[in-house]
Design a protein around this ligand. Structure first.
Ligand code: ADP
Ligand code: MN
Length: 516
């Protein structure tokens, strides 16, 4: 296709127009395959061109957001901003509606269809309501729809005798070309030629198109760069809106900036505001964990949630957007359980969709260091070890949870003690892989404290038994792991046969604590 285009664009098209200093078609790309004029003019090719244009007309536009440093000080400004964002969201929705119509038009009754899904601005899991479904195709005037170019029927001509007009007719073709300019990327300024009776020759049209493509690619590259530099801090408009709402409601005083960007979440620091209800006190400093609404990173986490019976019924029926909210919800529930057991961890302030607000571990905007980043005296290291052992036991026995991502990366050192964070992936011990997760946690913890010089630190197998209350005797890792898996399997079989979990490895057999 490209070579056909390149061939169609004439090298000697004259000096470039004013809007472009360098002639875009001066040096055509490698014209490896030449094609005849008849080819270029053929209906088939025209169709393909049309298709390609239409596809190219909707480049992927990613909403780039600068890190939202949201303050409540200037309420007017932030309201304006919010208004602007609402408008933007409205625009995005309309853009998508238009895209949907284009898609429909192109696909028609064809068995093979083309999807524009990737070009949508509002993704299904970002959208919040069925408003997206509003299709204003039915409204009388659709400002986005270009007047249809006159089409030439299949046989290639219209009219009779000497009034016959073929698709090669200069006027018809010119008008058609002008109308097709509409299909260039939206950023591409085509002027108001569309409104006039402007007739573009094929030559000029093709040259323009070629230019539009290269411009688009260039801008895509620029865009990509920009995207990479801010992507980490970027939150989508919906999220920003939710954050603004929290500030505007006075719940948060200021969102000062980003503390951390991970694969699955972005964490912001905020100063707490006033609660709407008397009984709830908002901590002076908060951490806002925004679960990323891009799915990819979450796919590999399916195994944590899919088999968690608490979420089992819901998992299969949920759309991706809801699954992400479920992660946030899971973190909230798990934190609440931990809080109830007195384990040092962030306190939940509020959960709004995929945004979890909790108390900030740290002071004056400076987050507490992770255990991996802090140098502790041997005394503190020992203290941290015993505390960690204790917390793991509490987590298992009192909260009926296995952290499942426990390591020096998810333990903060603050106020002379260890705080546990990042519990969205935590599962109950009877999760089909719960004991394996626990063993992995134990390995991380044992290694960290052993390396840290804590002579008393149990090895991973001893730690596992100490936490779980199980008594696995295997003296090497392979056998130990095999026994763990056998236990898990036994439990699963029991579930299959009796519909409920064995309590064998919940040492005291307590029912799970529900805070729902
Ligand atoms: P991730 O899934 O991205 O690892 P975490 O919950 O571990 O998410 O948060 C990432 C980082 O953000 C943490 O390592 C920590 O530095 C910081 N952080 C998260 N929650 C808090 C909090 N409540 N207080 C202070 N810092 C926090
Ligand atoms: Mn983490």
């Amino acid at each position: 296709m490209d070579s056909a285009l390149a061939a169609a664009a004439t090298p000697e098209a004259g000096p470039g127009p004013a809007w472009q200093s360098k002639c875009p078609w001066g040096a055509p790309n490698a014209t490896s395959r030449s094609c005849s004029l008849a080819d270029v003019m053929s209906e088939q090719l025209a169709k393909e061109l049309q298709l390609e244009e239409e596809n190219a007309a909707f480049p992927e536009v990613v909403a780039v957001a600068e890190g939202p440093f949201i303050t409540g000080e200037n309420v007017d400004t932030s309201s304006d901003l919010m208004l602007a964002q609402m408008l933007q969201m409205e625009f995005d929705r309309e853009y998508d509606a238009q895209l949907r119509r284009e898609e429909k038009k192109i696909n028609g009754d064809s068995k093979v269809s083309i999807s524009f899904e990737n070009y949508r601005k509002v993704h299904p899991y970002d959208s919040d309501s069925s408003e997206d479904e509003v299709d204003w195709q039915d409204t009388r005037h659709d400002p986005y729809r270009a007047d249809k170019p006159t089409t030439t029927p299949r046989r290639g001509f219209i009219g009779k005798g000497k009034d016959i007009t073929t698709k090669h007719d200069e006027v018809v073709c010119g008008r058609k070309n002008t109308a097709r300019m509409e299909n260039f990327a939206p950023e591409f300024q085509v002027g108001d030629g569309i409104g006039m009776d402007l007739k573009l020759s094929n030559q000029v049209f093709n040259a323009l198109k070629q230019h539009a493509y290269s411009e688009e690619r260039r801008s895509a590259r620029l865009h990509e760069k920009k995207e990479h530099s801010t992507a980490e801090k970027a939150v989508d408009p919906k999220t920003r809106l939710l954050l603004y709402k929290m500030v505007n409601a006075g719940m948060l005083e200021t969102i000062t900036g980003c503390i951390s960007t991970g694969k699955e979440s972005v964490v912001f620091h905020a100063y707490g505001g006033k609660s709407a209800t008397e009984d709830k006190v908002i901590p002076p400093e908060c951490a806002i964990k925004v679960f990323k609404t891009t799915l990819n990173e979450f796919k590999n986490r399916d195994k944590y949630i899919k088999d968690d019976y608490r979420f089992k019924d819901r998992f299969s029926k949920l759309n991706p957007r809801k699954i992400i909210r479920m992660w946030a919800e899971k973190e909230m529930h798990n934190l609440t359980r931990m809080q109830n057991a007195g384990i040092p961890c962030p306190q939940v302030v509020i959960l709004k969709k995929h945004i979890l607000v909790m108390s900030f571990i740290g002071k004056d905007q400076i987050p507490a260091p992770k255990l991996k980043d802090v140098t502790l005296s041997s005394e503190d290291m020992k203290k941290a070890y015993y505390q960690t052992l204790n917390m793991m036991q509490q987590l298992y026995k009192e909260c009926n949870l296995v952290h499942a991502d426990l390591s020096e990366y998810n333990m903060l050192w603050h106020d002379g003690k260890v705080w546990l964070i990042d519990v969205s992936q935590s599962v109950e011990p009877t999760h089909p892989h719960g004991l394996e997760f626990l063993f992995r946690d134990c390995r991380n913890v044992a290694q960290f404290f052993q390396k840290g010089g804590v002579a008393e630190a149990l090895n991973e197998r001893e730690l596992f038994n100490a936490v779980s209350g199980l008594n696995i005797t295997a003296d090497n890792e392979v056998d130990f792991q095999a026994e763990i898996e056998a236990l898990e399997k036994m439990n699963e079989d029991h579930v299959q046969n009796h519909g409920k979990k064995l309590s064998t490895f919940s040492s005291d057999g307590d029912p799970p604590i529900y805070d729902e």
